[in-house]
Design a protein around this ligand. Structure first.
Ligand code: NAP
Length: 293
Protein backbone atom coordinates (compact mmCIF):
# COMPACT_ATOMS: atom_id res chain seq x y z
CA UNK A 1 0.00 0.00 0.00
CA UNK A 2 1.22 3.49 -0.86
CA UNK A 3 -0.17 6.60 0.76
CA UNK A 4 -1.51 9.33 -1.55
CA UNK A 5 -0.20 12.09 0.68
CA UNK A 6 -2.16 15.30 0.16
CA UNK A 7 0.16 17.29 2.42
CA UNK A 8 3.21 16.50 0.28
CA UNK A 9 1.48 17.00 -3.08
CA UNK A 10 -0.32 20.20 -2.05
CA UNK A 11 2.99 21.61 -0.81
CA UNK A 12 4.60 20.76 -4.16
CA UNK A 13 1.77 22.52 -6.02
CA UNK A 14 2.03 25.56 -3.74
CA UNK A 15 5.83 25.71 -4.11
CA UNK A 16 5.43 25.67 -7.89
CA UNK A 17 2.84 28.47 -7.69
CA UNK A 18 5.09 30.50 -5.40
CA UNK A 19 7.92 30.31 -7.94
CA UNK A 20 5.57 31.43 -10.72
CA UNK A 21 4.08 34.20 -8.57
CA UNK A 22 7.53 35.51 -7.61
CA UNK A 23 8.41 35.55 -11.30
CA UNK A 24 5.24 37.50 -12.14
CA UNK A 25 6.00 40.08 -9.51
CA UNK A 26 9.65 40.36 -10.66
CA UNK A 27 8.26 41.13 -14.14
CA UNK A 28 6.15 43.94 -12.66
CA UNK A 29 2.85 42.06 -12.98
CA UNK A 30 0.21 41.94 -10.27
CA UNK A 31 -0.03 39.22 -7.64
CA UNK A 32 -3.06 36.90 -7.92
CA UNK A 33 -5.80 38.09 -5.58
CA UNK A 34 -8.48 35.86 -4.04
CA UNK A 35 -11.57 37.27 -2.31
CA UNK A 36 -13.27 34.93 0.16
CA UNK A 37 -16.68 35.51 1.71
CA UNK A 38 -17.51 33.87 5.01
CA UNK A 39 -21.04 34.20 6.35
CA UNK A 40 -21.95 33.51 9.98
CA UNK A 41 -19.99 31.46 12.51
CA UNK A 42 -19.84 27.88 11.23
CA UNK A 43 -16.75 26.30 12.85
CA UNK A 44 -15.84 24.07 9.89
CA UNK A 45 -16.28 26.95 7.41
CA UNK A 46 -14.05 29.16 9.58
CA UNK A 47 -11.33 26.49 9.47
CA UNK A 48 -11.58 26.01 5.69
CA UNK A 49 -11.48 29.74 4.94
CA UNK A 50 -8.58 30.29 7.35
CA UNK A 51 -6.58 27.57 5.52
CA UNK A 52 -7.32 29.18 2.15
CA UNK A 53 -6.24 32.63 3.35
CA UNK A 54 -3.08 31.14 4.90
CA UNK A 55 -2.22 29.35 1.65
CA UNK A 56 -2.59 32.63 -0.27
CA UNK A 57 -0.08 34.27 2.09
CA UNK A 58 2.38 31.36 1.76
CA UNK A 59 2.35 31.58 -2.03
CA UNK A 60 2.48 35.36 -2.26
CA UNK A 61 -1.14 35.86 -3.40
CA UNK A 62 -3.19 38.73 -2.05
CA UNK A 63 -6.36 37.74 -0.24
CA UNK A 64 -9.36 39.66 1.01
CA UNK A 65 -11.58 38.03 3.60
CA UNK A 66 -15.06 39.45 3.94
CA UNK A 67 -16.87 38.32 7.08
CA UNK A 68 -20.58 38.87 6.81
CA UNK A 69 -23.34 38.50 9.39
CA UNK A 70 -25.66 35.48 9.25
CA UNK A 71 -28.52 37.99 8.91
CA UNK A 72 -27.26 39.53 5.65
CA UNK A 73 -30.01 39.56 3.02
CA UNK A 74 -29.65 37.77 -0.28
CA UNK A 75 -29.77 41.10 -2.12
CA UNK A 76 -26.99 42.56 0.04
CA UNK A 77 -24.82 39.53 -0.62
CA UNK A 78 -25.44 39.67 -4.38
CA UNK A 79 -24.54 43.39 -4.37
CA UNK A 80 -21.31 42.60 -2.53
CA UNK A 81 -20.51 39.95 -5.14
CA UNK A 82 -21.15 42.43 -7.94
CA UNK A 83 -18.69 44.84 -6.32
CA UNK A 84 -16.08 42.07 -6.26
CA UNK A 85 -16.94 41.15 -9.87
CA UNK A 86 -16.21 44.73 -10.91
CA UNK A 87 -13.03 45.09 -8.85
CA UNK A 88 -10.22 44.76 -11.39
CA UNK A 89 -7.63 43.73 -8.80
CA UNK A 90 -9.61 40.66 -7.68
CA UNK A 91 -9.00 37.56 -9.78
CA UNK A 92 -11.01 34.91 -7.94
CA UNK A 93 -14.08 34.94 -5.73
CA UNK A 94 -15.21 32.18 -3.43
CA UNK A 95 -18.22 32.08 -1.17
CA UNK A 96 -17.76 29.47 1.54
CA UNK A 97 -20.67 27.04 1.62
CA UNK A 98 -23.05 26.23 3.25
CA UNK A 99 -25.05 29.45 3.16
CA UNK A 100 -27.78 30.52 5.58
CA UNK A 101 -31.14 29.01 4.54
CA UNK A 102 -32.64 32.32 3.38
CA UNK A 103 -29.97 32.74 0.66
CA UNK A 104 -30.18 30.87 -2.64
CA UNK A 105 -26.92 29.00 -3.29
CA UNK A 106 -27.76 28.86 -6.98
CA UNK A 107 -28.24 32.62 -7.27
CA UNK A 108 -24.94 33.22 -5.49
CA UNK A 109 -23.09 30.78 -7.75
CA UNK A 110 -24.60 32.31 -10.89
CA UNK A 111 -23.80 35.88 -9.82
CA UNK A 112 -20.04 35.32 -9.69
CA UNK A 113 -18.44 36.15 -13.06
CA UNK A 114 -17.32 32.96 -14.84
CA UNK A 115 -13.88 34.57 -15.25
CA UNK A 116 -13.58 34.76 -11.42
CA UNK A 117 -15.36 31.46 -10.64
CA UNK A 118 -12.35 29.75 -9.04
CA UNK A 119 -14.60 27.25 -7.23
CA UNK A 120 -15.82 26.08 -10.64
CA UNK A 121 -19.48 25.86 -9.58
CA UNK A 122 -21.01 28.25 -12.14
CA UNK A 123 -23.19 26.37 -14.68
CA UNK A 124 -21.08 27.80 -17.51
CA UNK A 125 -17.87 26.52 -15.88
CA UNK A 126 -19.48 23.10 -15.44
CA UNK A 127 -20.73 23.09 -19.04
CA UNK A 128 -17.29 23.99 -20.34
CA UNK A 129 -15.72 21.26 -18.19
CA UNK A 130 -18.20 18.68 -19.52
CA UNK A 131 -17.35 19.69 -23.12
CA UNK A 132 -13.61 19.49 -22.45
CA UNK A 133 -13.12 23.25 -22.97
CA UNK A 134 -10.74 25.31 -20.83
CA UNK A 135 -12.57 25.93 -17.55
CA UNK A 136 -12.13 26.24 -13.83
CA UNK A 137 -12.58 22.72 -12.51
CA UNK A 138 -14.29 22.42 -9.11
CA UNK A 139 -11.50 22.42 -6.55
CA UNK A 140 -12.03 19.05 -4.83
CA UNK A 141 -12.22 16.89 -7.98
CA UNK A 142 -9.42 18.92 -9.57
CA UNK A 143 -7.31 18.29 -6.45
CA UNK A 144 -7.97 14.56 -6.80
CA UNK A 145 -6.76 14.64 -10.42
CA UNK A 146 -3.60 16.52 -9.41
CA UNK A 147 -2.90 13.89 -6.79
CA UNK A 148 -3.46 10.94 -9.16
CA UNK A 149 -1.17 12.66 -11.63
CA UNK A 150 1.54 13.30 -9.03
CA UNK A 151 1.69 9.63 -8.06
CA UNK A 152 1.28 8.57 -11.73
CA UNK A 153 -1.66 6.36 -10.84
CA UNK A 154 -2.77 4.55 -14.00
CA UNK A 155 -6.37 5.42 -14.90
CA UNK A 156 -6.69 4.39 -18.56
CA UNK A 157 -9.17 1.53 -18.99
CA UNK A 158 -9.80 1.29 -15.26
CA UNK A 159 -13.21 0.94 -13.71
CA UNK A 160 -13.76 3.92 -11.38
CA UNK A 161 -16.66 3.79 -8.96
CA UNK A 162 -17.76 7.13 -7.53
CA UNK A 163 -19.96 6.99 -4.43
CA UNK A 164 -21.94 10.24 -4.29
CA UNK A 165 -23.33 12.51 -7.02
CA UNK A 166 -23.15 16.01 -5.55
CA UNK A 167 -22.47 18.99 -7.82
CA UNK A 168 -19.26 19.77 -5.95
CA UNK A 169 -17.62 16.33 -5.81
CA UNK A 170 -19.31 13.16 -7.09
CA UNK A 171 -20.74 14.35 -10.39
CA UNK A 172 -17.77 16.44 -11.56
CA UNK A 173 -15.15 13.80 -10.64
CA UNK A 174 -17.18 11.18 -12.54
CA UNK A 175 -17.07 13.39 -15.66
CA UNK A 176 -13.38 14.22 -15.25
CA UNK A 177 -12.37 10.57 -14.85
CA UNK A 178 -14.21 9.67 -18.06
CA UNK A 179 -12.53 12.35 -20.19
CA UNK A 180 -10.33 11.31 -23.06
CA UNK A 181 -6.94 12.17 -21.55
CA UNK A 182 -4.82 11.39 -18.50
CA UNK A 183 -5.87 11.28 -15.70
CA UNK A 184 -9.05 9.90 -17.20
CA UNK A 185 -10.14 7.32 -19.76
CA UNK A 186 -11.86 5.41 -16.98
CA UNK A 187 -15.12 3.55 -17.28
CA UNK A 188 -17.11 5.27 -14.56
CA UNK A 189 -20.00 4.08 -12.44
CA UNK A 190 -21.75 6.68 -10.29
CA UNK A 191 -23.50 5.37 -7.17
CA UNK A 192 -25.85 7.16 -4.77
CA UNK A 193 -28.30 6.48 -1.98
CA UNK A 194 -30.66 4.59 -4.34
CA UNK A 195 -27.99 2.22 -5.66
CA UNK A 196 -29.17 -1.22 -4.48
CA UNK A 197 -26.06 -3.35 -5.07
CA UNK A 198 -23.34 -0.94 -3.99
CA UNK A 199 -21.09 -3.60 -2.48
CA UNK A 200 -21.06 -5.70 -5.69
CA UNK A 201 -20.27 -2.63 -7.76
CA UNK A 202 -17.45 -1.53 -5.43
CA UNK A 203 -15.95 -5.01 -5.59
CA UNK A 204 -15.53 -4.52 -9.37
CA UNK A 205 -13.78 -1.17 -8.94
CA UNK A 206 -10.12 -0.52 -9.73
CA UNK A 207 -10.53 3.01 -8.34
CA UNK A 208 -13.07 4.07 -5.69
CA UNK A 209 -13.87 7.71 -4.96
CA UNK A 210 -15.83 7.75 -1.69
CA UNK A 211 -17.72 11.06 -1.44
CA UNK A 212 -20.86 10.38 0.53
CA UNK A 213 -20.23 11.90 3.96
CA UNK A 214 -20.83 8.71 6.00
CA UNK A 215 -17.93 8.06 8.40
CA UNK A 216 -16.06 4.80 7.72
CA UNK A 217 -18.76 3.59 5.32
CA UNK A 218 -16.41 1.78 2.93
CA UNK A 219 -15.20 -1.42 4.56
CA UNK A 220 -12.57 -3.96 3.47
CA UNK A 221 -15.20 -6.48 2.29
CA UNK A 222 -16.40 -3.90 -0.29
CA UNK A 223 -12.98 -3.46 -1.89
CA UNK A 224 -11.05 -5.66 -4.30
CA UNK A 225 -7.38 -6.42 -3.70
CA UNK A 226 -5.11 -3.71 -5.18
CA UNK A 227 -7.80 -1.04 -5.61
CA UNK A 228 -6.96 2.69 -5.51
CA UNK A 229 -8.98 4.41 -2.78
CA UNK A 230 -9.69 8.14 -2.65
CA UNK A 231 -11.51 9.22 0.50
CA UNK A 232 -13.23 12.59 0.12
CA UNK A 233 -15.35 12.39 3.27
CA UNK A 234 -14.86 14.82 6.13
CA UNK A 235 -17.21 14.37 9.07
CA UNK A 236 -16.75 15.76 12.56
CA UNK A 237 -17.47 12.98 15.05
CA UNK A 238 -17.68 13.64 18.80
CA UNK A 239 -14.50 12.53 20.55
CA UNK A 240 -14.04 13.44 24.21
CA UNK A 241 -10.34 12.46 24.03
CA UNK A 242 -9.62 15.37 21.67
CA UNK A 243 -9.05 18.91 22.88
CA UNK A 244 -11.47 20.18 20.23
CA UNK A 245 -14.10 17.65 21.35
CA UNK A 246 -14.30 16.06 17.90
CA UNK A 247 -12.32 13.85 15.52
CA UNK A 248 -12.34 14.12 11.72
CA UNK A 249 -13.47 10.92 9.99
CA UNK A 250 -13.37 10.00 6.33
CA UNK A 251 -15.80 7.79 4.43
CA UNK A 252 -13.35 4.86 4.45
CA UNK A 253 -12.50 2.49 7.31
CA UNK A 254 -8.85 3.35 6.74
CA UNK A 255 -6.89 0.58 8.51
CA UNK A 256 -8.80 -2.39 7.11
CA UNK A 257 -9.15 -0.92 3.59
CA UNK A 258 -5.51 0.24 3.44
CA UNK A 259 -4.36 -3.36 3.90
CA UNK A 260 -6.08 -4.32 0.60
CA UNK A 261 -5.42 -1.19 -1.46
CA UNK A 262 -2.54 -0.24 -3.80
CA UNK A 263 -2.93 3.50 -3.11
CA UNK A 264 -5.06 5.24 -0.49
CA UNK A 265 -5.63 8.79 0.78
CA UNK A 266 -5.62 9.42 4.54
CA UNK A 267 -8.16 11.65 6.32
CA UNK A 268 -7.08 14.19 7.34
CA UNK A 269 -4.12 14.94 5.05
CA UNK A 270 -5.45 13.56 1.78
CA UNK A 271 -8.05 15.24 -0.41
CA UNK A 272 -8.55 18.20 1.98
CA UNK A 273 -5.17 19.91 1.36
CA UNK A 274 -5.46 19.08 -2.36
CA UNK A 275 -8.75 21.00 -2.54
CA UNK A 276 -6.94 24.10 -1.32
CA UNK A 277 -4.01 23.55 -3.70
CA UNK A 278 -6.46 23.24 -6.61
CA UNK A 279 -8.20 26.46 -5.57
CA UNK A 280 -4.82 28.20 -5.60
CA UNK A 281 -4.15 26.81 -9.11
CA UNK A 282 -7.48 28.18 -10.31
CA UNK A 283 -6.77 31.59 -8.77
CA UNK A 284 -3.38 31.73 -10.47
CA UNK A 285 -4.98 30.76 -13.81
CA UNK A 286 -7.68 33.42 -13.35
CA UNK A 287 -4.99 36.03 -12.81
CA UNK A 288 -2.89 34.90 -15.78
CA UNK A 289 -5.94 34.88 -18.07
CA UNK A 290 -6.23 38.63 -17.53
CA UNK A 291 -2.71 39.17 -18.95
CA UNK A 292 -3.93 37.95 -22.33
CA UNK A 293 -5.44 40.62 -24.59
P1 NAP B 1 -23.60 15.61 -0.31
O1 NAP B 1 -23.98 16.78 -1.15
O2 NAP B 1 -24.30 15.34 0.98
O3 NAP B 1 -23.76 14.32 -1.23
C1 NAP B 1 -23.60 13.04 -0.73
C2 NAP B 1 -23.84 12.04 -1.83
O4 NAP B 1 -23.65 10.74 -1.28
C3 NAP B 1 -25.25 12.08 -2.41
O5 NAP B 1 -25.20 11.93 -3.81
C4 NAP B 1 -25.94 10.88 -1.76
O6 NAP B 1 -26.91 10.26 -2.56
C5 NAP B 1 -24.77 9.93 -1.57
N1 NAP B 1 -24.99 9.02 -0.46
C6 NAP B 1 -25.35 9.32 0.81
N2 NAP B 1 -25.48 8.20 1.54
C7 NAP B 1 -25.21 7.17 0.71
C8 NAP B 1 -25.18 5.76 0.87
N3 NAP B 1 -25.47 5.18 2.05
N4 NAP B 1 -24.86 4.99 -0.19
C9 NAP B 1 -24.57 5.57 -1.39
N5 NAP B 1 -24.58 6.90 -1.60
C10 NAP B 1 -24.90 7.69 -0.56
O7 NAP B 1 -22.07 15.59 0.03
P2 NAP B 1 -20.78 16.29 -0.66
O8 NAP B 1 -20.90 17.73 -0.54
O9 NAP B 1 -20.54 15.68 -1.99
O10 NAP B 1 -19.65 15.79 0.33
C11 NAP B 1 -19.39 14.43 0.57
C12 NAP B 1 -18.36 14.31 1.67
O11 NAP B 1 -17.17 14.92 1.21
C13 NAP B 1 -18.72 15.05 2.96
O12 NAP B 1 -18.19 14.34 4.05
C14 NAP B 1 -18.02 16.38 2.82
O13 NAP B 1 -17.72 16.98 4.06
C15 NAP B 1 -16.76 15.94 2.10
N6 NAP B 1 -16.11 16.99 1.32
C16 NAP B 1 -14.77 17.08 1.46
C17 NAP B 1 -14.07 18.00 0.74
C18 NAP B 1 -12.59 18.06 0.87
O14 NAP B 1 -11.99 19.08 0.55
N7 NAP B 1 -11.94 16.99 1.31
C19 NAP B 1 -14.73 18.85 -0.15
C20 NAP B 1 -16.09 18.73 -0.30
C21 NAP B 1 -16.79 17.77 0.45
P3 NAP B 1 -28.28 11.01 -3.05
O15 NAP B 1 -27.85 11.91 -4.15
O16 NAP B 1 -29.15 9.92 -3.50
O17 NAP B 1 -28.79 11.74 -1.84
Amino acid sequence: MKLLDGKIVSQAVKDQLKTKTDARIAEGKKAPHLAAILIGNNGASETYVASKVKSCAEIGFKSTLLRLEETITEQELLSKLNELNEDADIDGILVQLPLPKHISEQKVIETIYVSKDVDGFHPESVGRMVQGLPAFYPATPYGILLMLEHYQVETKGKHAVVIGRSNIVGRPISIMLSKNEYPGNCTVTVCHSHTPNLKEICLQADIIIAALGRPEFLKADMVKEGAVIVDVGITRVEDASKKSGFAIKGDVAFDEVAAKSSFITPVPGGVGPMTIAALMMNTFKACEAKDRP
